[in-house]
Design a protein around this ligand. Structure first.
Ligand SMILES: Cc1ncc(COP(=O)(O)OP(=O)(O)O)c(N)n1
Ligand SMILES: Cc1ncsc1CCOP(=O)(O)O
Ligand SMILES: [Mg+2]
Length: 522
């Protein structure tokens, strides 16, 4: 426990299964975030961005304002700091009344304001603290001077659960070190972690001349590089605030830190992609649309938080096989994830509904705490009831456009496709990925036409969606599948080569290694 008590007691698998949790008395507890930041008159960043992203993510957000800025798309014209005692008044007012799960800090423009924040957090502990060390606006205006660095490093960073500096802020916190490559971002993340935060995310959005947008996440032991194609747009104002507040919102809903960071990264990417051609303001840097996910046109439903790279090693469970090897589905899922599975699907064709639901709820918790998506095969009702990340449906299951209308834009929908026509229809209906096969003959699924590598290649060429191959895939042929040289083939889905085995962990490790090596040559 640190000096702020509950902040360090963030329960690893504490979560709310929906945006609101109904307590025993029938009272609805809503996840709550407090943002402590500056006001942006242009409403693209600051507390305005924080409020919007929390609303978009289904979380209540209150705000304590530390400064008021006069700014627009051309830059920051003027800044007015609020007196520390008034910032303290605001903090006391909300911290004494609301049950915040997470506090997120943005612009903290003076040591005195940091001081009153620390005092109030000590008086009113919360579960998690997200610190976005805002120092310089993207238009170059200094929002927190060098005098702030020492109190940040000595007092605020040590109690933060995660800090989210961009490369300029990371460099400033580290005394001006050069950070121009991903390797230097990793070194910086490690050094910043030594200052005390439990997790560090160094954002590489403004890394010079990189084709990808790369963020480096460090948990004290492992690095995760979160890559996505760089989106060319003027509408990037507020991306840093939005990322940090989205992390706070996901934590408040009970996600693990890695899962929250992944969702937040995809939320920002999707928002930028949706907003890339919007024109608001006449300056060089415009705002983006935080509410893209609520738009009715079918295109917006494509902006799910799905990351196609998650299709890399897709574990599809089978309870008959797990029963044969005397292991529970929960243990099978844990072992698959530990071995490197990047996405899980519960495929239980014979399970009774109640049994399937209990199994699914247990697996959702495991997957969410590991930052791995969990999909349910066929059963939309089960997916909704356990708040799974999505579903996989076949051609004879519920139509995809109806599934999309039931699950909403944020859930993942995969569709089985054997032909280019089916692939095109899946895209039109709002699916996120395609499962294509059986590539090779398999005993796992009866009456299943084998399409071979040629059939898989044909579907990949026609598909606007990412594709995962399935059917008879195992260590000995996985490389041949990955080498069909189709860029939207993102991975392989496997049942028996993972679960009709004595040791799931060993097989998953071997498959993951084989797939990584096969990618090297592509
Ligand atoms: C990733 C992936 N692809 C295909 C399937 C097949 O689904 P299943 O329900 O077994 O059969 P259809 O409904 O597609 O006929 C899958 N489960 N996962
Ligand atoms: C579900 C499914 N869809 C097409 S083939 C198949 C079964 C894949 O199982 P295995 O990986 O054991 O061949
Ligand atoms: Mg099906």
């Amino acid at each position: 426990m640190d000096s702020l008590g509950a902040i360090r007691s963030w329960p690893a698998n504490w979560r709310i299964t929906t945006a609101t949790m109904t307590t025993t008395e029938g009272i609805k507890k809503v996840p709550q975030v407090l943002t402590v930041a500056g006001s942006d008159s242009g409403a693209g960043a600051g507390i305005q961005a924080d409020l919007k992203v929390c609303a978009a993510r289904g979380v209540y957000c209150a705000s304590v304002i530390t400064a008021v800025t006069a700014q627009n798309t051309r830059g920051v014209q003027s800044v007015h700091l609020l007196p520390p005692h008034f910032v303290s008044e605001q903090l006391k007012s909300v911290l004494s009344d609301f049950e915040f799960d997470v506090v997120k800090t943005g612009m903290l423009p003076s040591p005195e304001i940091v001081e009153v924040l620390l005092q109030n957090l000590s008086d009113f502990p919360v579960r998690a603290l997200v610190v976005d060390p805002v120092m310089v606006s993207t238009s170059g205006h200094v929002l927190a001077g060098s005098s702030i660095l020492s109190i940040f490093k000595e007092r605020l960073l040590p109690i933060a659960d995660i800090i989210t500096p961009n490369v300029k802020e990371a460099s400033a916190l580290l005394g001006g070190v050069r950070i121009e490559t991903v390797e230097e971002m990793r070194s910086a993340a490690k050094l910043l972690h030594q200052m005390g935060p439990r997790f560090v995310l160094v954002k590489g959005g403004d890394l010079p001349d990189s084709s990808d947008s790369v963020d480096v996440y460090f948990d004290g032991k492992e690095f995760h590089e979160l890559r996505s194609p760089r989106i060319t747009t003027r509408n990037t104002h507020g991306t840093g605030c939005t990322l940090a507040s989205c992390i706070a919102a996901e934590l408040a809903k009970g996600s693990s830190m890695l899962s929250a960071v992944k969702v937040a990264k995809r939320f920002v990417d999707n928002a930028l992609d949706y907003s890339k051609d919007i024109v608001i303001g006449s300056g060089k840097q415009g705002p983006f649309d935080h509410f893209f996910g609520l738009k009715k046109d079918p295109q917006s439903s494509r902006y799910s938080t799905f990351n196609p790279d998650d299709l890399f090693l897709y574990a599809v469970t089978d309870s008959r096989m797990n029963k044969k090897w005397n292991r529970s589905t929960v243990d099978a899922v844990k072992a698959a994830i530990e071995g490197g599975a990047t996405i899980i699907q519960l495929r239980e064709k014979e399970a009774e509904t109640r049994e399937f639901l209990e199994e699914a709820k247990a697996c959702v918790d495991i997957c969410r705490s590991s930052g791995v998506c969990l999909l349910i095969n066929d059963r939309i009702d089960i997916a909704l009831a356990c708040d799974a990340d999505g579903v996989h449906v076949g051609q004879s299951d519920m139509p995809v456009d109806l599934v999309r209308s039931l699950l909403g834009p944020d859930k993942i929908i995969g569709v089985s496709c054997k032909t280019p026509e089916q692939a095109h229809q899946a895209w039109k209906d709002g699916a996120d990925y395609i499962g294509s096969g059986g590539v090779y003959p398999t005993n796992t699924k009866s009456n299943n036409r084998t399409i071979g590598l040629d059939g898989l290649k044909e579907v990949c060429k026609a598909s606007k969606l990412p594709v995962v191959a399935i059917g008879g895939i195992k260590i000995s042929n996985a490389e041949a599948v990955m080498r069909i040289d189709e860029p939207n083939l993102k991975g392989v889905a496997i049942v028996s080569a993972l679960f009709d085995q004595e040791c799931v962990l060993t097989q998953a490790n071997k498959l993951h290694k084989t797939l990584k090596e096969s990618k090297k040559g592509i």
